[in-house]
Design a protein around this ligand. Structure first.
Ligand SMILES: [Zn+2]
Length: 404
């Protein structure tokens, strides 16, 4: 697997990193390369209505163990994000095929999801959300890339009809479980000095714009006690999100702040900030939001300004299957001694599959520097070897579980 990852890097990367952006020539070259590897197996290969590629090793039972990943990358991306999952899956198909002489107890399927990253059209999880049924086709129809090319036209180029993309949902018909390996993309396992972790689920997200409105006034003639300073309330908010996050164990970010009139000689009349809050527990996320609203009201009152909220985006937390999380812990324990359970901050295709009702779990492998979506993204080679070994054990345990 490590050798194949390097082969893929040489084929589809350059000095700036991986260039396998979905629906581009390099992405198609990566997929053709992958297909050659898969054709060596006695497996059926097809691409579904949304452009996801499925490789199926028929088993004694129709019930299917799904292993997923995405070979697409962001522009100037890392060498492991997404393709590690796919190539680990290829390795596991080979092992299962060899061990069971081409007929495993359950059907085993590898899926390469189309456009996980959403790098070109700004909307991630295209293939997996089409499959789960959560894709908003009306919204997708209007998406354009930076050259003005529409998503439906880019899809047509690769033989996908957006209007029919959701028909790929039938691929999940016999799904008994879904497994996905991924680099952590953060520093948690690195800081704990652990190679692998079992993922509990993906964070729910509440994303809002919060606008404080006061009054513009001359910066020279207005005494400090007579000001209605919108920025002052927003600044207090930026401090307050730290205790709110600390109380509940989630994360909160104020990622942008714009002021009007935004000139050096005026008190700020209007200040708009964005607040992104994430938690694995829906009730805790709701409490973080409620506390942020209460704090905003308090600071607005103290500063004699008004405040209004606008929801920008929201998604509920997705919890993975407890039995599979247990197997993932066991597989990690057997491979390298100590496991750790952690939530995923980023969204993944696995979240869509779980939302479709398929028992799901992910395994994370440590990321050096805690960094991803960057050419410096890396993982120690011995950790890559550990992760494919542990992931293979997880696949075997899951097959046993599905047989029952
Ligand atoms: Zn990824």
């Amino acid at each position: 697997m490590v050798a194949e990852l390097k082969e893929l890097r040489a084929l589809t990367g350059d000095d700036n990193g991986a260039q396998r952006v979905a629906f581009t020539k390099t992405w198609l070259a990566a997929r053709a390369w992958l297909r050659k590897k898969l054709e060596a197996l006695p497996a059926e290969i097809h691409t579904d209505a949304a452009g996801n590629t499925w490789t199926t090793l028929r088993g004694a039972s129709e019930r299917a163990l799904l292993i997923g990943g995405h070979i697409d990358s962001v522009p100037n991306g890392g060498w492991l994000d997404g393709c590690l999952n796919v190539l680990a899956g290829v390795e596991i198909l080979r092992r299962i095929n060899g061990q069971y002489a081409g007929q495993p107890p359950v059907t085993v399927r590898l899926v390469d999801w189309a456009d996980e990253e959403g790098a070109r059209f700004g909307k991630s999880l295209f293939g997996s959300s089409a499959c789960s049924g959560n894709l908003n086709v009306d919204e997708a129809r209007g998406l354009k890339d930076k050259d003005g090319i529409r998503l439906p036209d880019a899809l047509k180029e690769i033989g996908v009809d957006l209007e029919r993309a959701k028909e790929c949902g039938k691929e999940l018909k016999h799904a008994g479980a879904y497994l996905e390996l991924h680099i952590e993309q953060g520093p948690v396992l690195l800081d704990l000095d652990l190679p692998l972790g079992a993922v509990l689920g993906t964070f729910g997200v509440e994303r809002h714009a919060v606008t404080f409105r006061g009054q513009a006034a001359h910066s020279g003639s207005t005494p400090m006690n007579r000001r209605k300073d919108a920025l002052l309330a927003a600044a207090k908010m930026s401090l307050e999100i730290y205790p709110i996050a600390a109380r509940h164990g989630g994360v909160c970010t104020i990622g942008s702040c714009t002021t009007k009139p935004g000139i050096v000689t005026s008190v700020v009349e209007e200040c708009r900030i964005t607040l992104d809050q994430r938690h694995l527990d829906a009730r805790a996320l709701a409490r973080m939001l409620a506390e942020a609203r209460a704090a905003a009201d308090r600071f607005a009152g103290e500063g004699k300004v008004s405040v209004s909220w606008e929801r920008l985006w929201q998604i509920e937390p997705v919890l993975f299957n407890p039995d599979l999380i247990g197997f993932c812990d066991d597989a990690i324990g057997e491979t390298c001694g100590k496991s750790h359970r952690l939530p995923s901050g980023p969204l993944h295709d696995a979240a869509e599959v779980a939302r479709a009702g398929v028992p799901t779990v992910m395994m994370f492998v440590q990321s050096l520097h805690g960094i991803s979506h960057n050419k410096i993204e890396d993982t120690r080679e011995e950790h890559l070897e550990l992760c494919v070994t542990a992931f293979d054990k997880l696949a075997e345990k899951t097959m046993r579980w599905m047989e029952k």
